[in-house]
Design a protein around this ligand. Structure first.
Ligand code: ADP
Ligand code: MG
Length: 253
């Protein structure tokens, strides 16, 4: 469904590489987590999938088609994109934010209202309470839900999520992670989720790709990584969730 073939990205004409020889495959309906520290090339990698950034070399296929052969605007309509800073328009209601893209596509007002209500209910923001509010009248978690609803508005098959839960408190993050998983499965979405949190990757992903300094160090299922990290850096990333899990287990027994 999503395929990256030997992707490289340099910002300085090839002196250094933000992304280096990255090859990845995300089968339809599956979730791939791109995991790594700050500056490891995660955001650059996902932004190349919806052509916010053009690769220096390599090719990317979405649904079997080379994305350079597609109009970037149309491509972006087919791909939901959720990011940490959300970017809701402050003067527009929640409902209008959610269906802005549909308005640009010429969908009639009545249908947009109906669709906004459906989407808000889906992300657990009851439309009768939230549809008419402004973004400033929402909590951080509620705003992130609106961001999800907006990304789902054009019924994409593919979702890119760049640290979508990063700025949330742990309880809200946990709730939204579970909800994301429910919606992803319900709609059969193919997703790439960027995170620096190994626990989140283990929880949400079918496949984890660990990045460091622009390169993919290790690709595997959560189980494969836990059984055989295969790399010192990956092993270190696994230590924290392991230790926390063990501690909670010991305290509870
Ligand atoms: P991550 O999302 O893993 O934190 P990024 O993909 O944002 O990392 O960044 C990877 C590298 O590319 C960093 O060294 C960053 O400074 C560089 N980079 C990102 N965007 C740009 C840009 N627009 N111009 C120049 N360098 C950039
Ligand atoms: Mg980033």
């Amino acid at each position: 469904m999503i395929e990256l073939r030997d992707i490289c990205k340099s910002w300085d004409g090839g002196k250094t590489f933000a992304v280096k020889n990255v090859s990845l495959e995300v089968p339809a309906g599956k979730v791939l987590a791109l995991l790594g520290g700050s500056g490891s090339g995660k955001s650059t990698t996902v932004k190349m999938i919806n052509r916010l950034i053009e690769p220096t070399s390599g090719s990317i296929l979405v649904g079997g088609e080379d994305i350079t052969q597609q109009d970037p605007t149309l491509l972006r309509r087919r791909i939901g994109y959720v990011f940490q800073s959300i970017g809701l328009l402050p003067h527009m209601t929640v409902a209008d934010n959610v269906t802005l893209l549909l308005k640009l596509q010429g969908v009639a007002a009545e249908e947009r209202t109906e669709r906004a209500n459906q989407l808000l209910d889906m992300v657990d923001l009851p439309s009768e309470t939230f549809a008419r509010r402004l973004p400033s009248e929402l909590s951080g978690g509620q705003r992130q839900r609106v961001g999800f609803a907006r990304a789902l508005a054009a019924e994409p098959k593919v979702m890119l999520l760049d640290e979508p839960f990063g700025a949330l408190d742990p309880v809200t993050r946990d709730t939204l992670q579970v909800e994301f998983q429910r919606i992803q499965r319900q709609l059969g979405l193919t997703a790439v989720i960027v995170t620096h949190d190994m626990a989140e990757a283990l929880l949400l992903a079918d496949v984890i790709a660990v990045m460091n300094m622009g390169e993919v160090l290790r690709i595997g299922t959560p189980r494969e990584l836990l059984q055989d990290p295969g790399d010192d850096y990956v092993a270190r990333l696994l230590e924290t969730p392991r230790r926390h899990g063990q501690l909670v287990h010991e305290l509870g027994s």
